[in-house]
Unconditional design. Structure first.
Length: 630
């Protein structure tokens, strides 16, 4: 429904009323450590880590997870919410001002201004979306919820997973850094299109054995496993794979995955590892940080640099404040810096790192600092402004957006969205969000498309903004959407959703798969109405990843007896039938399904898959990263 500029959606962000409920599916259960809420209620966030400020203001009520209506839409700004299944802790959530609870990735989120919330099925950072790293950190997963599809899903994220893996994952949800089930769909490939090649008709040969460029120190030691054994005609092969490095028995984070035309780079626990994209051989000596890596920039600079942060000490309460610049092509370290603590309650216990142009935006719990990417020189700070407005989340990529919590606990409590000049930090425009609504995710930053929730009304809303910050339109589709988002344990990870993509005039969202195949729906950003939809070519869910020219590239998830596949969907006039670009082998379906959280990318005709959480199990011979191709 198109709204007048700067005006709230008609019916106060509401969808048409008196519509019948979609279904009565039960909401997924939250992980251990979080109090299971009643149906349709937002899940409770895990307790803060030891050492967190004791006198901090009370946190606002957590928002419900993403989703489209399962119940009749409520009046005002949105659709009813639904709990999102696959809710998994999102990686690197930064503590939000006043201890705000994260909405996406594992927590139900309010739907587009008046739509009922729904449990998000893909609670894992999915590989999709315009956000770097399908981390979907990244992992990035349903229209708006991190790790949990806004539209909610019915799958059990723990199905078939060893108890040790589940325990480690749930324990991870209780730490500040969190686990990001973001599937990275990339965005760091320099804009190059995938190269589609013809499938081979013959089965694998001896030369098809995947290369394991491991250093012999991985959890599984030497691993001669032939992942291409039994590969069928037409199936892609595993070009190479990497075993996971040693990690504590309690598990460890493995955030970030960056692919260039030369190297595939992965962070894991204390290491940053680089491999040649063609043969998987080490591209440069591994980099080892003094302490665990606790944050990464999903985006890279124009000259191929990324940033990681590691903890200053060994304690769980150690600040995540040590910054390092890394050159992806050479593996060389650049400038370093220590992020200072902010003012009272403004902590560097966890950080968010985002690259916008030639600025690195480092987000603390209630403020942000902009650094020059070339020199490391501090450019500006984004601090408290107005009457108690605290910047708590930032975006990277095409635009630097800031989301602030204002007037916490008062009658004027609300969120504000601003676009900042990345060179100076000056405000270009400010968008005040109606009271009761919380900005959970940015489905896109160019154009700006926001996912909001309303905990009291149990509703969600998706709003697109114009270049001046005024309202462009709101999604007006009575559907259960399910992108994949990660958890933001103490605050929000704006770009932590995968399974969603956008071009200048269209938003592409996956529906919830209630039984069998799901659909991808194209929504007009001019009218908010549905333009067309296409069904998944398999019984598994199809998730948007990114735009390649005028085509939408999507990932069809694996089943128990078939590997995942990459497809291309024409978005122009005529047919929107998906065309298969790559079919992963059935023999690796268990690996594709087995990662508790993962990151995916599609670059130059190759599909990259990596875990974002290490189990620390020395007997499992767990994989860190795989590359598939023809």
């Amino acid at each position: 429904m198109t709204q007048p500029p700067d005006q709230p959606p008609q019916g106060e962000f509401g969808a048409p009323q008196d519509q019948p409920p979609k279904d009565g599916s039960a909401a997924p259960q939250p992980p251990q450590g979080a109090a299971p809420p009643p149906p349709a209620q937002p899940p409770q966030a895990p307790p803060p880590p030891q050492g967190a400020p004791q006198a901090a203001p009370q946190a606002p009520t957590p928002q419900p997870g993403h989703g489209h209506p399962q119940a009749p839409p409520q009046p005002g700004y949105g659709y009813p919410q639904q709990p999102g299944p696959y809710a998994q802790p999102g990686p690197y959530a930064q503590p939000g001002p006043y201890g705000q609870q994260p909405g996406p990735y594992g927590q139900p989120q309010a739907g587009p201004y008046g739509h009922p919330q729904q449990p998000g099925p893909y609670g894992q950072p999915g590989p999709y979306g315009q956000q770097p790293g399908y981390g979907y950190p990244g992992q990035p997963q349903f229209p708006g919820a991190p790790g949990t599809p806004p539209g909610g899903g019915s799958r059990n994220p723990f199905k078939g997973k060893p108890a040790a893996v589940i325990g480690a994952a749930l324990a991870a949800a209780l730490v500040v850094a969190g686990t990001v089930w973001a599937v990275n769909s990339g965005g760091d490939d320099g804009g190059k299109k995938p190269v589609a090649q013809k499938s081979r008709d013959a089965g694998p040969s001896a030369s098809d054995d995947p290369v394991n460029p491991g250093d012999g120190d991985g959890d599984g030691g030497s691993d001669p496993e032939d992942l291409n054994a039994g590969r069928k005609a037409g199936e892609a092969q595993v070009l190479w794979y990497k075993e996971a490095p040693d990690a504590p028995a309690s598990g460890a984070e493995a955030p970030g995955m960056w692919i260039t035309d030369k190297v595939a780079v992965k962070a894991a626990y204390k290491q940053v590892l680089g491999y040649n994209v063609g043969d998987g051989e080490p591209a440069w000596p591994e980099l080892t940080m003094p302490q665990p890596i606790c944050a990464v920039s999903q985006q890279q600079t124009s000259d191929g640099k990324v940033f990681v942060a590691y903890k200053e000490g060994v304690k769980d309460t150690a600040a995540c404040n040590q910054l390092v610049e890394i050159d992806l092509d050479t593996g060389k370290k650049g400038w370093t810096a220590e992020v200072e603590e902010g003012e009272l309650f403004d902590s560097a216990l966890s950080l968010s790192l985002n690259v916008v142009g030639d600025t690195l935006m480092v987000g603390r719990s209630m403020s942000g600092v902009g650094y020059d990417v070339s020199s490391g020189k501090k450019r500006f700070e984004k601090k408290k402004y107005g009457t108690a407005c605290f910047p708590s989340a930032f975006t990277g990529g095409a635009k630097l957006l800031s989301v602030s919590s204002c007037g916490a606990g008062g009658d004027n409590e609300h969120d504000e969205v601003q676009e900042l000049d990345p060179a100076t930090g000056k405000t270009k425009w400010t968008k005040k969000i109606p009271k009761g609504w919380r900005v959970e995710r940015a489905y896109s930053v160019d154009p700006v498309v926001l996912y909001l929730t309303n905990a009291d009304k149990k509703q969600w809303n998706v709003t697109a903004l114009k270049n001046d910050g005024t309202t462009r339109t709101q999604v007006d589709v009575d559907e259960s959407f399910a992108p994949e988002c990660g958890w933001a344990i103490l605050s929000r990870d704006l770009q932590g959703c995968g399974g969603v993509a956008a071009d200048a005039n269209t938003l592409y969202l996956p529906t919830e798969a209630k039984s069998g195949a799901n659909e991808v729906v194209a929504v007009s950003l001019e009218s908010g109405k549905e333009k067309w939809r296409v069904k998944s070519p398999a019984d598994e869910s199809m998730m948007p990843m990114r735009m390649e020219g005028t085509d939408l590239v999507a990932y069809v998830q694996p089943s128990y007896d078939a590997g995942g596949r990459i497809v291309s969907i024409p978005t122009g006039g005529g047919s929107h039938t998906p065309k298969k670009l790559l079919q992963n082998p059935q023999g690796t379906a268990d690996i594709e399904n087995g990662f508790f959280s993962k990151s995916v990318d599609w670059v130059d005709g190759r599909f990259y898959l990596s875990t974002t959480r290490l189990t620390g199990n020395d007997e499992s011979k767990e994989k860190l990263m795989l590359a598939f191709g023809k």
